[in-house]
Write a protein that binds this ligand. Structure first.
Ligand SMILES: [Zn+2]
Length: 162
């Protein structure tokens, strides 16, 4: 790449505004102009390190927007296992558990087998009775905190990974 100001061959040029016109200049000459990206928000024209950084920052900001934006609470995939393990940890059999929350044993056995999806009311009841959490917050296709209990991913370490 050739600096349009001094004509020197350089590995990378920077786009700056010099007296109203756009020039691709070497880092040394760029101090004479105004940063193109700072004065305009157009698409990147060259892939300078600074522009790549800007793109990354834009991506990060978009990610952040997703987090502060849409989210929904959904039932975890292995709710049946979680319920059964929590119930067994409390030393209750299905019958005792069903009686304790005034539900049918058959209903709960289906729920534990993953064959029946409990409604919100039943979820709340089971969560309260066993002291567990059966829902997770789902954000735009990214599953947080759910699924495999051995490999739990919290929102916190998801952000740290980025
Ligand atoms: Zn130059």
């Amino acid at each position: 790449m050739i600096c349009e100001m001094c004509g020197k061959e350089v590995p990378q040029t920077k786009t700056v505004i010099v007296e109203g016109s756009r020039l691709n200049v070497c880092p040394n000459c760029s101090r004479f102009g105004e940063d193109y990206r700072a004065s305009q928000s157009g698409a990147p024209i060259s892939s300078s390190v600074i522009e790549q950084r800007l793109e990354k920052r834009e991506k990060r900001m978009k990610t952040k927007d997703i987090y502060s934006g849409s989210s929904s609470t959904e039932l975890i995939d292995d709710y049946g296992t979680v319920i059964r393990e929590a119930r067994e940890a409390k030393g209750m059999d299905l019958e005792q558990f069903a009686a304790s929350i005034l539900e049918k044993k058959g209903t709960l056995s289906k729920v534990e087998a993953g064959a029946l999806v409990p409604d919100d009311k039943l979820i709340k009841k089971i969560e309260k009775a066993l002291g567990i959490k059966l829902t997770e917050v789902v954000q735009s296709g990214v599953t947080v905190g759910g699924g495999n209990t051995n490999n739990k991913m919290t929102l916190g370490n998801f952000i740290r990974k980025e």
